[in-house]
Design a protein around this ligand. Structure first.
Ligand SMILES: C[S@@+](CC[C@H](N)C(=O)[O-])C[C@H]1O[C@@H](n2cnc3c(N)ncnc32)[C@H](O)[C@@H]1O
Length: 273
């Protein structure tokens, strides 16, 4: 079924993305580290900024079906904690790349044994191609056709690409579209089918689509509840103003997911020879 979409894409804005994560990083990371062990459960938070528990990330990794030792790129790796987790879980040789200076510096300081590159995935001159590329919560910042063309060029034939990302489920109003695109530095909000079609055009065969929307709605609801419950700790770690900003963002995300506009899915594809 085609989902109506009446709003236009906005251009990619990577200087905006870098500033967005660098400026918000210190406070945002503190809030994440406080609340997400309660949102996902204590053994399910590994420092990820995406809306996926460790179990969901493990499933994505498993569905990529790459052997131990595979060379894998974490595209938009943030602090690199998902990269470190999947390197451990899957036995992969993972490299992470991220635009954000603050995120990469925070990740390197933790010394979790994964190479982290600070740069733009479109511009960085990688020394080899990869057996796999995955991206958790970062694909939203890209025009998908350009991202998939770049990923195809960076993968060996038969290599796997996985994206774990928000998806559009309904026709989004102009006001919500602005919030979900320009305000969050995202060019567009794609449906599962649009991602699959664009992957096919870019030379991939889609192998799996796993819709995690039901679980995403649970995470969104809990992220609001837990913020309220931990108000004192969040204010002490950041500031009263940042608490309000963070709560407003979480409440908005909860509203749009509860109202059936936004969902979440992982799409896994194979690069055709
Ligand atoms: C929501 S965060 C997700 C971080 C990480 N994947 C995680 O799950 O914790 C999205 C990240 O994508 C990065 N990013 C966006 N565009 C990028 C680009 N062109 N090259 C490298 N990183 C990019 C941002 O800097 C940001 O850290």
């Amino acid at each position: 079924m085609t989902i109506r979409q009446t709003n236009a894409p906005v251009p990619e804005d990577f200087e905006g993305v870098r500033a967005f994560y660098d400026d918000a990083m210190a406070d945002n990371a503190k809030v994440h580290d406080l609340i997400y062990p309660h949102v996902f459960g204590p053994d399910q938070y590994i420092g990820q900024f995406s809306d996926n528990s460790a179990e969901e990330l493990r499933l994505m990794g498993w569905l990529m079906q790459l052997p131990a030792g595979a060379k894998v790129l974490d595209l938009g790796c943030g602090r690199g904690l998902v990269a470190a987790f999947l390197a451990r879980e899957m036995g992969w040789d993972v490299t992470g790349i991220d635009l954000s200076l603050a995120s990469v510096a925070a990740g390197r300081a933790k010394q979790h044994g994964v190479e982290l590159i600070q740069g733009n995935v479109y511009e960085h001159d990688f020394t080899h191609r990869f057996d796999g590329i995955y991206s958790t919560g970062a694909a939203c910042h890209f025009d998908a056709a350009s991202l998939f063309a770049r990923a195809r060029a960076l993968l060996v034939p038969g290599g796997r690409l996985a994206i774990f990302e928000r998806i559009r489920l309904g026709d989004i109003s102009a006001a919500d579209w602005r919030k979900l695109t320009s305000d969050w530095k995202c060019p567009y909000v794609y449906t599962r089918d649009e991602y699959s079609e664009l992957l096919t055009v870019a030379g991939f065969r889609v192998r799996h689509v796993v819709d995690t929307t039901q679980q995403f709605r649970v995470w969104q609801a809990r992220s609001v509840e837990v913020r309220h419950a931990l108000r004192g700790e969040i204010v002490a770690a950041t500031s009263p103003e940042y608490f309000e900003t963070s709560l407003a963002l979480a409440a908005y995300e909860h509203d749009v997911s509860r109202d059936g506009l936004l969902g979440y899915a992982t799409v896994i594809a194979e690069a055709l020879p």
